[in-house]
Design a protein around this ligand. Structure first.
Ligand SMILES: *[C@@H]1O[C@H](CO)[C@@H](O)[C@H](O)[C@H]1NC(C)=O
Length: 419
């Protein structure tokens, strides 16, 4: 990019010099004024000609100047989108939205990685022509698994596919970051804007390891529709439309698991106390039912997740409040200054004064699960971390009131035996 600009400048400078030389030759070649008794009109015409030449030169100089400026600024980072596909022709729905909302094919190349060699799906992907890059996972062999894992073959193939596809993005295509989506995700209008705005935050905060478009508790009734621009940190790895940097891939790739890669990432050995950014209102929803695992889970929860519709100009927002030091101070103050309520009080609603926020405290695994179920949020924990949790706190709307489901003040760490 920079090299291209530099050669452009050189080229313009050359044209400029050559132009001057030609002009000089041109005027030298003319008979001197007055020698042959030229009229005053001729002199004026010549003066006008010189003026036009000067004007042209000025424009040329301005052009050179305008090409010079970007050399000193940083070119915007390319954020490729990797679409993981297999045998679902409905990948069309993902690709249609991605292409519809993509502001620039150059800044957001779409790479569709296809496993499974499903002819019909390949045809759908190919129909997009050069709007996407279609790559195919070459190893279609069955994976040897222990007998009791035979029913999990699909999970093994997914993990193998992820490893291959991410190696393609980072090593073959030499990208520095990527956003991963699967073939059953539909994205929101500000999906690209969201990741572009958060890229520098992810880059600058070593306590972050991902940016996700997904809110696990993003059901309509649990989110504040008036706060489409609201973002959080979370200790729970959400996946489902997420960005990572090449540095993280270099760290994870050598030990990438043979199956269940997402829960593996949630283990403390991988997460290393790092967090992700997630939105109040999801920038992806999943529409797939046919899948390795999702059937029942989809019917119970996923189908009710609300997809954001309002474009939020995140790149114009000051998002530095998400950096750990600033965020934690404010977050802890906000959570623990909220009045502590009994869950019955929230459910009755009559004793609530003011708009909240309110706090409900849990101090055991079972306590968390009972409260979560009663308040309508996800009750499962992975490596001790509740979905959307940050420092143990789950934050959502309950009957229009902001609620923090929180451990006692002074929280230090997760208990990985809670699952
Ligand atoms: C962004 O906000 C922070 C305070 O959270 C402030 O210190 C910083 O100067 C702001 N940056 C810009 C570019 O306005």
């Amino acid at each position: 990019m920079v090299r291209k600009k530099r050669s452009l400048i050189l080229c313009s400078a050359f044209v400029f010099v050559a132009w001057n030389a030609l002009l000089l030759l041109y005027f030298w070649g003319r008979p001197p004024i007055g020698h042959l008794g030229e009229s005053a009109g001729e002199v004026i015409r010549l003066a006008e000609e010189v003026e036009i030449q000067l004007e042209t030169q000025k424009k040329l100089l301005e052009q050179i100047e305008s090409h010079r400026a970007p050399v000193h600024s940083v070119a915007p980072v390319i954020i490729p989108v990797l679409v993981i596909a297999c045998d679902r022709v409905t990948v069309k729905r993902s690709l249609d939205r991605l292409i519809q909302y993509r502001p620039s094919p150059g800044l957001y190349p779409i790479i569709v990685s296809q496993d499974c060699a499903h002819t019909e799906t390949a045809r759908v992907i190919n129909s997009y022509g050069d709007q996407v890059t279609h790559i195919k996972q070459p190893d279609l062999s069955d994976i040897r698994v222990r007998p009791e894992h035979r029913k999990f073959q699909g999970y093994y193939k997914i993990a193998r596919h992820y490893r291959w596809a991410l190696n393609q993005v980072f090593n073959t295509f030499s990208q520095s970051t990527v956003v991963i989506v699967e073939d059953d995700l539909e994205v929101a209008p500000d999906f690209f804007e969201y990741f572009r705005a958060l890229y520098p935050i992810l880059r600058s905060d070593p306590t972050l390891w991902c940016v996700s478009a997904w809110n696990d508790n993003g059901r309509d009734a649990l989110v504040d529709s008036s706060k489409a621009g609201l973002l959080y940190r979370t200790d729970f790895f959400p996946g489902l439309g997420w960005m990572l940097l090449k540095e993280l891939w270099n760290e994870l790739e050598p030990k990438w698991p043979s199956a269940f890669w997402d829960d593996w990432m949630r283990q403390p050995e991988q997460r290393k106390d790092r967090s992700c950014i997630r939105p109040e209102i999801s920038r992806t929803i999943t529409f797939g039912r046919k899948g390795v695992s999702l059937g029942q889970f989809f019917d119970q929860y996923l189908r009710y997740i609300k997809l954001n519709t309002e474009f939020v100009p995140f790149t114009k927002h000051n998002l530095s409040y998400l950096l750990k030091d600033k965020y934690d101070k404010k977050f802890i103050k906000e959570v623990y200054s909220a009045p502590l309520m009994k869950i019955e009080d929230l459910q009755k609603g009559s004793s609530l004064r003011g708009p909240g926020p309110y706090r409900v405290q849990y101090s055991s695994r079972d306590g968390f699960k009972v409260f979560a179920r009663n308040l309508g949020v996800m009750d499962d924990l992975k490596s001790g971390v509740p979905r959307t949790g940050y420092r143990g706190v789950v934050c959502f709307l309950y009957r229009g009131q902001r609620v923090f489901l929180a451990p006692p003040e002074g929280w230090i760490q997760y208990d990985i035996s809670w699952s």
